[in-house]
Ligand binder design. Structure first.
Ligand code: ATP
Ligand code: MG
Length: 250
């Protein structure tokens, strides 16, 4: 088994001629947190689109868990163990916390819609997975609350839980703390840190405090390409990184 859960080589994505991802090469080691940072418009979300199958890369190569997936559809990547939590909300607002998690834990089985609905809320294993995740997220006391009624920060934590219910080997998180109040950020940070030990996590995050404290490796993107990659202390000290961010603010 390769030490890397993900290998990306010379990946490019163009939006009608504009190179949003430009010749990107990197690898993600198993059981680590690998963060992608960079100024607005650097191409971070576009890169994630190529990794999850939401967008087909213009050229390049993506390997997940030893198998090429460059052109595979999203559902195959998900059943192979990839999970993504979105920048936008993906919860069933009218269902309870527990129901959302149960649906998420049966989602990965994917035997077709009929089986999915017939077995809804029935299968023991799914219930156990959902309840374990709920406990871990500190949401057990809100089990019967409608997801849509939770405070924003708890909704984001529940979204992370939905991704976890699929028992992923690689979790892709695009700005998981976006819009969260400061009071919820420590819990989210701790959860991500724990998940990085158990699975592999790719994290896009603008909050540098979080990125610097929990990342094993940081890849800095700028204008579609990779500017520099290294451990947090290396990235923190790199003049090019500072310049890229200052350029963004100017
Ligand atoms: N669907 C699209 N069509 C054309 N251009 C796009 C499209 N989506 C993104 N872009 C452009 O591609 C570039 C990269 O965008 P992307 O969303 O990947 O950046 P990002 O690093 O995630 O930025 P942010 O930190 O603001 O989320 C930007 O210049 C953006 O305007
Ligand atoms: Mg983005």
């Amino acid at each position: 088994m390769s030490a890397f859960i993900l290998k990306v080589e010379k990946l490019c994505l163009s939006y009608s001629g504009f190179m949003a991802v430009d010749n990107v090469t990197f690898q993600v080691a198993r059981n680590t947190i690998h963060s992608i940072i960079g100024p607005n418009g650097a191409g971070k979300t576009s890169l994630f689109h190529c990794l999850t199958g939401a967008r087909r890369p213009t050229s390049g190569y993506v390997e997940f868990d030893g198998r090429e997936i460059t052109r595979e559809p999203t559902h195959k990547r998900v059943s192979a163990g990839m999970a993504r939590s979105f920048q936008i909300t993906s919860l069933f607002q009218n269902l309870t916390v527990r129901e959302n998690l149960r649906l998420a834990s049966q989602g990965r089985d994917g035997d077709g819609a009929l089986t999915f609905w017939r077995s809804a809320f029935a299968r023991r294993e799914h219930i156990e997975v959902a309840d374990a995740v709920m406990e871990r997220l500190g949401l057990t006391k809100r089990a019967d609350a409608a997801a849509g009624g939770l405070p924003h920060g708890q909704q984001r934590i529940l979204e992370l839980g939905m991704a976890l219910c699929g028992r992923p080997r690689l979790l892709l998180l695009d700005e998981p703390t976006a819009g969260m109040g400061v009071e919820d950020i420590p819990l989210m940070t701790r959860l991500i840190a724990e998940l990085g030990k158990e699975y592999s996590v790719m994290l896009i995050e603008h909050n540098m405090g979080i990125v610097m404290s929990i990342s094993d490796v940081i890849t800095v993107m700028s204008q579609g390409g990779i500017l520099v990659e290294g451990k947090p202390e290396v990235i923190r000290a790199d003049a090019r990184v500072r310049e890229a961010y200052l350029g963004d603010a100017a």
